[in-house]
Ligand binder design. Structure first.
Ligand code: PAF
Length: 274
């Protein structure tokens, strides 16, 4: 594995990579969720590039940019063992210049749910993902379904800008209790870890209701809010189609149920694709 910190060296390294290239962009503090993306990308491509870059433009004022978990040494070992060919870890100066051209998230889909609670987050996220996809020139890029709205917006960006890369959605990875893995889970104290399980429990309750034939969004959301009572603050419960349009009835095969809530220090998100 070679570790690359600047763009010139990355371009040189890429010349050695014939065949298909898989790409997994991350912000580091790698966990089993990332590892499952890395493994899938490793299996489906001749070569594999992983990036680790805590992108400042997707953090809002007052968010955890400075305290975001950074575990460079452990991340490097994980990538080495997972068979990564190129680990790209650029500096901020390498990625950005002053007074940049920016791309923006779409006016509707980019400013609901996560986009409403974190206005501007998706602009910064899309900006860096556009850069990283262009730099990696990957055949396929891998993103987790846990960030469902991020995944939808990246897929839309690739379509709208005619970018030559296949976006591969990857399943959510959970711990043994059902908590969706996230780098921010390290912020959870032990009692909060237990309370955080109410997010996946609410999604399980929704699944049971749908399986029993209940498709009314209003009824499902009502029950979910009840299960979520252990969260400190519920930010939203939403039931949308795969285009992120609100639904009145669950459409089997075309629905995502999403939840965002604060439990202790972290703000947690989780979802279920039906
Ligand atoms: O999901 C993430 O870790 C980040 O949003 C991404 C896609 C690496 C862009 O910074």
């Amino acid at each position: 594995m070679i570790i690359v910190r600047d763009i010139e060296t990355l371009q040189e390294a890429k010349k050695e990579l014939g065949g298909t290239v898989g790409f997994v962009p991350t912000m580091g503090a790698l966990h089993h969720g990332h590892l499952s993306l890395i493994r899938q990308a490793r299996e489906e491509n001749d070569h594999l590039i992983v990036s680790i870059f805590v992108n400042p433009t997707q953090f809002l004022e007052g968010e955890d940019l400075d305290s975001y978990p950074r575990k460079e040494e452990a991340d490097r070992k994980i990538c080495e063992l997972a068979g990564v060919d190129v680990l790209f870890m650029p500096t901020i100066d390498e990625m950005y210049e002053h007074d940049e051209l920016c791309i923006g998230a779409p006016a509707v889909r980019g400013y609901i749910l996560e986009g409403e609670k974190r206005p501007g987050h998706f602009d910064g996220m899309l900006q860096v993902v556009m850069k990283l996809l262009n730099l990696s020139a990957a055949t396929r890029a891998y993103f987790g379904k846990k960030d469902a709205q991020q995944l939808a917006l990246i897929t839309q960006m690739v379509k709208n800008y005619f970018m030559d890369v296949q976006i591969v959605p990857c399943e959510i990875v959970r711990d043994e209790n059902g908590l969706a893995l996230s780098s921010r889970n390290v912020y959870l104290e032990s009692d909060e870890k237990r309370r955080a399980l109410c997010l996946s429990r609410a999604l399980k309750r929704a699944t049971k209701m749908v399986m029993a034939g209940e498709l009314s969004v209003k009824s499902i959301k009502k029950e979910m809010f009840e299960v979520l009572d252990e969260a400190d603050k519920i930010e939203y419960v939403a039931i949308v189609n795969r285009e992120f349009k609100a639904l009145e009835e669950v459409e089997i095969g075309n629905t995502i149920i999403l939840v965002a809530a604060w439990v202790g220090k972290p703000r947690l998100i989780d979802n279920l694709w039906i």
